[in-house]
Design a protein around this ligand. Structure first.
Ligand code: DAH
Length: 404
């Protein structure tokens, strides 16, 4: 082995050795060489005729002793650790910010530059070994702890009756699905629509221009973008007409919002189901037939309906559809305020302006529309007296109406 003093190491030391016996022609810096040989043979095999080398070797041997001792100390403690907590303590003691490895690493600044790399590597190796041993021990202990838990679990009788409390659908979901199914069998498609809409869809396309007084009843929540939370499911009419054209039968349920103070009969968030049917020769008789059939199905008995005039800018003529009170059969009772009738579903023949906005040929087609109050229907069907229960999220109250 000789030392070539004119070659210079890029990374660490100034001087090089050439291991002529094994790696003829290869140059290794002292650190690299030392570590290579040290691991293979031990320090005594190094014979480098350079004045600083003995010191270097001494320091390296010392460091090696330190790391060996540290590892031995760790293994001794590890053998005694028998819980996740004691492992964690060990981790902090050895790998923590103020632990042994950190202390060893803090010596790095006093190590000569050319030895820093080897020193760092040696400490890192110990650190990795400790980390690995800790991880293995942790996996082992977790397994043992789990087994202990299983072993200590009480035996139980699998034949005992169990509590199968699995929650329930919301009353509005139940009624919505029921009504959807009824309309599906009558050839209607079920459509979904967004809750955030624009002024055009919610009002303009429904023949409610800006500043029309009909807007007053539908104050809602506006977004900074100028969009708004839809005040009624009618807001989907225009898009659905444009999507399918005529002839068309569709129902579209949805959540609606209005800026209302709440009480037993009013909510700022409620559900409706809108329906439209557009075809040649559609008349009020078709409207009455579909409404009567659907309501008889929902209530499971033949219901009588009547129409009263009602004003909605998007239908002409417009109606309020009432059903005969199912509780008193029309004689008058507190539920129907002694009138014998319950207001259920505003409806009417679609206004030609609305059809035009939707791109429907008004010379050829007419249609009807209705806005069924799903929330109100659920309240009637399940005898819910306070509308606020529906949005309360109170599972006890909600599940009692529909059973499980
Ligand atoms: N969109 C109306 C509202 O929420 C209800 C309504 C009335 C819908 C008449 C209709 C209709 O389709 O024809 O107040």
């Amino acid at each position: 082995m000789g030392i070539s003093e004119n070659a210079r190491c890029k990374g660490c030391v100034d001087f090089f050795t050439t291991d002529s016996s094994k790696n003829a022609g290869n140059t290794l810096c002292i650190n690299e060489y030392f570590w290579t040989v040290w691991r293979k043979k031990g320090a005594q095999d190094l014979c480098i005729g350079f004045s600083e080398v003995p010191l270097f070797i001494e320091r390296t041997i010392q460091m090696n002793e330190n790391t060996k001792q540290l590892l031995a100390m760790f293994e001794e403690s590890l053998a005694k650790a028998d819980s996740s907590e004691s492992l964690e303590q060990l981790r902090v003691e050895f790998l923590g910010k103020k632990g042994h490895i950190a202390a060893l690493m803090s010596q790095l600044k006093s190590v000569p530059n050319e030895e820093k790399k080897a020193f760092g590597q040696a400490v890192n190796e110990v650190k990795q070994e400790i980390e690995k041993k800790l991880a293995d021990a942790h996996a082992d202990i977790v397994k043992k702890e789990e087994q202990k838990l299983i072993d200590s679990a009480e035996d139980y009788d699998v034949t005992l009756p169990m509590d199968i409390d699995m929650g329930s659908y919301h009353p509005i979901t139940v009624i919505q699905r029921e009504v959807e199914e009824i309309f599906r069998t009558m050839g209607f498609t079920i459509e979904d629509f967004s809750e955030i809409v624009d002024d055009f869809n919610c009002f303009e396309a429904l023949n409610i221009p800006k500043h029309h007084p009909a807007r007053d009843m539908q104050d809602t929540y506006y977004l900074s973008s100028g969009q708004l939370l839809k005040t009624h499911t009618s807001a989907a009419q225009n898009s659905i007409m444009k999507k399918y054209g005529a002839p068309l039968r569709a129902v579209f349920p949805g959540r609606c919002f209005r800026n209302e103070s709440t009480d037993a009969c009013h909510e700022n968030t409620f559900f409706q189901m809108e329906g439209i049917m557009i075809d040649e020769d559609i008349s009020i008789s078709n409207l009455i037939y579909f409404m009567k059939t659907m309501l008889s199905e929902v209530f499971g008995q033949d219901v009588n309906v009547r129409l009263r005039p009602g004003f909605f800018p998007f239908v002409e003529p417009g109606f309020e559809l009432d059903i005969q009170c199912l509780i008193c059969g029309g004689d008058g009772c507190p539920s129907c305020k002694n009138s014998g009738w319950l207001e259920l579903c505003p409806c009417g023949m679609i206004h030609p302006n609305v059809l035009n906005y939707g791109g429907i040929d008004t010379e050829k087609y007419t249609g009807f529309a209705f806005g069924l109050g799903l929330t109100r229907l659920a309240m009637m069907k399940y005898g819910i007296k306070d509308i606020r229960v529906l949005n309360s999220g109170n599972l006890k109250s909600l599940s009692q109406f529909i059973g499980k």
